[in-house]
Design a protein around this ligand. Structure first.
Ligand SMILES: [Zn+2]
Ligand SMILES: [Zn+2]
Length: 360
């Protein structure tokens, strides 16, 4: 029989009261809307995030206190900047335009693409990746990216910390964050198998690799350089890569905007300890994190869901289409009810007024 997996010792599973408090008593979401979200899943593997990390959660009120972008000093920082650390031909696999489009609909903020790294090429003498980097005043510089290399397989990984340091120097003054995207494999510590990415929240920068998100990739759990890409091409491949990239990028930008890991619902902002757990997580925010983002970006929740639904329909994200339709139905019905009630109240008031007038 399978051994049941517990939450890490000391983790307090939130009760309904905690969830209500985290959302805030003045939130306008109905019970029906809240019930369209799944509760926090129990760990199913020893490697799952909450089987290892004692997360405390972040309430809506804590977010308002912690997020720097509500402060007047940060009022000019409006944009999410993305930059590509890869050559165009390799990035075709990622469908960058769609990824940017999704990110824009998701955050309802303007996304700017910053051309920072060009001519990324392999130096066969030094066994490192090199690139040309654009400086602040349009100057360019040749950069050697810290790389580790395995001569037998010919495989390499770029050091993410090195990339983050380069990003910090290039952060535009109107940026909420600057995120590098690559299909090169990344590592941080020598002991890492790989790292999907890393954020330096205090510096508003992050770098993420979608290399391990390719469904054709088979890799060893032991040696970083031991991987193979199957030649088969499935029709669903680009949909799977796009969906996985959308999930990773929005989760990480969520962090850079000040949203911590979620422990209240099954949510995009749940931590993930391994790729399988990551791939099983939803694409969307729970009511608590949705409230945080809507407060920061100031959007209409129905309009945003409609834009996300259009995207999911165009890109055939089948499960997501159904989820969004269900939530939109709930929200639109409620809006309709409120509107009808308002009209009725108005009619009633007008009748009362005209009665009073007649009496005169
Ligand atoms: Zn995270
Ligand atoms: Zn959440």
């Amino acid at each position: 029989m399978l051994k049941p997996i517990s939450f890490v010792r000391g983790f307090r599973v939130p009760k309904q009261k905690d969830i209500d408090e985290a959302l805030g008593n003045d939130a306008s979401f109905s019970n029906e809307f809240k019930m369209s979200f799944n509760s926090l899943p129990h760990p199913t593997s020893d490697l799952d995030w909450l089987a290892n990390y004692r997360e405390k959660g972040q309430t809506y009120t804590q977010f308002l206190r912690q997020c720097p972008f509500f402060d007047d000093n940060h009022s000019l920082q409006k944009y999410i900047y993305l930059t590509l650390l890869d050559n165009d031909d390799r990035l075709l696999l990622l469908n960058i335009d769609r990824l940017i489009d999704y990110t824009k609909r998701f955050f309802q903020m303007e996304i700017k693409l910053l051309p920072l790294f060009t001519n990324i090429n392999w130096n066969n003498t030094k066994h490192t990746w090199m690139c040309t980097m654009k400086g602040r005043n349009d100057s360019t510089k040749e950069i050697t990216l810290r790389t580790r290399y395995d001569s037998t397989s010919g495989h390499s990984q770029i050091c993410v910390d090195n990339v983050l340091n380069l990003l910090k120097r290039s952060l535009p003054s109107d940026a909420r964050c600057l995120v590098a995207i690559t299909l090169h494999d990344l590592y941080s510590a020598e002991s890492d198998l790989f790292i999907a990415g890393l954020c330096h929240g205090n510096s508003s920068v992050g770098a993420f690799s979608f290399f391990r998100y390719d469904p054709r990739l088979k890799f060893s759990e032991e040696f970083w350089y031991d991987w193979k890409i199957k030649k088969t091409k499935s029709k669903l491949m680009s949909t799977i890569i796009l969906m996985r990239s959308c999930r990773l990028l929005t989760h990480e930008i969520g962090h850079l905007l000040g949203i911590d890991h979620c422990i209240y619902y099954e949510c995009l902002m749940n931590g993930s300890g391994h790729l399988e757990e990551d791939f099983a997580q939803p694409l969307f925010l729970c009511p608590i994190d949705l409230r945080k983002l809507s407060q920061l970006a100031g959007f209409d929740i129905i309009e945003r869901y409609e834009q996300l639904l259009d995207f999911c329909t165009e890109n055939r994200f089948i499960d997501e289409i159904n989820i969004l339709k269900k939530r939109l139905d709930i929200l639109k019905n409620e809006k309709q009810t409120v509107q009808t009630k308002k009209n009725k109240d108005f009619d009633h008031e007008t009748t009362q007024k005209s009665k009073r007038l007649k009496k005169k």
